[in-house]
Design a protein. Structure first.
Length: 271
């Protein structure tokens, strides 16, 4: 996987798709604190632990449990593991109210906004210069869009500003990714933010970072998933800090891991 700074703000946008078995349909599942906005299924908010089993409340992992290194997975370390060490300080998201979600979609999609209804709208644990959350919406044809949010405004790194599933990779996927972004918050941390969609084979999605095995529950609803985390480098980062890659893990209804991005050799990356 190719990772590198996109501009002087050390932000990162990337897209990649993963070929897996052919599956049809979508599941409306919510396994973390999530705002679900009608229209697709009857998803109800739940909280899931790192193993994916629903629990009664969210638990924020301790800093020691969240430590990892950027040297694992598909990305070679540009320097020593000690220099690349990091801490996930929070993986907690909070819902965005429906009125604000509507404004985010309107500013992101323009006249196309009326054709989509939101299934996920969440704020990230920290705020960067350009982003503080994400909204995922879907139309009647089952096509998804992702809009990064800042306050009540939305934007998309894609052109046209609608990221439609299957646009890059065709059909026959179990997991597909939208855009993954990273940007410093100006206070020593980095916002990690991304989203995608999944088929009905998938009941739970988690995210790990770098070579740290710790997994954080993703927000899931209406066939879409989203994640956000606050990451702090353990040593001062250089001007071209790449940071660890986020890796998606998917589980079926029985709790079996059916997809691990770190172990999947066949995926394409585009910047």
């Amino acid at each position: 996987m190719k990772i590198g700074p996109e501009d002087n703000r050390a932000s990162l946008r990337r897209r990649w798709g993963v070929p897996l078995g052919v599956a049809t349909g979508v599941a409306a599942v919510s396994v973390a604190t999530v705002a679900v906005f009608g229209g697709v299924g009857d998803a109800k908010p739940q909280v899931a632990g790192p193993a994916g089993n629903p629990t009664g409340s969210a638990a924020t992992p301790s800093a020691s449990a969240a430590r990892g290194s950027a040297s694992g997975g598909a990305d070679p370390a540009p320097s020593s593991a000690a220099a690349d060490a990091f801490t996930i300080t929070s993986g907690t998201t909070t819902p965005i109210d429906a009125g604000t979600v509507a404004k985010i979609l309107a500013s992101c999609l323009g006249s196309d906004a009326s054709r989509f209804h939101a299934v996920i709208g969440v704020r990230a644990p920290i705020v960067s210069k350009d982003w503080d959350g994400v909204v995922i919406a879907v139309n009647s044809a089952g096509q998804y869009v992702q809009c990064e949010a800042k306050g009540d405004k939305g934007n998309s790194p894609d052109s046209p500003p609608t990221f439609i599933n299957d646009r890059l990779w065709g059909t026959g996927r179990m997991i597909e990714y939208f855009d993954s972004v990273r940007e410093p918050d100006g206070k020593g941390q980095y916002l990690m933010l991304g989203a995608g969609h999944y088929t009905s084979d998938v009941a739970k999605i988690t995210i790990s970072y770098g070579d740290n095995p710790k997994q954080y529950p993703a927000v899931m609803a209406g066939g879409a998933f989203a994640y956000a985390a606050a990451l702090s480098p353990d040593t001062p980062p250089g001007p071209h800090y790449a940071g660890p890659s986020p890796y998606v893990h998917a589980y079926n209804a029985s709790g079996k891991e059916i997809y691990n991005q770190k172990k999947e050799p066949q995926f394409a990356d585009q910047q």
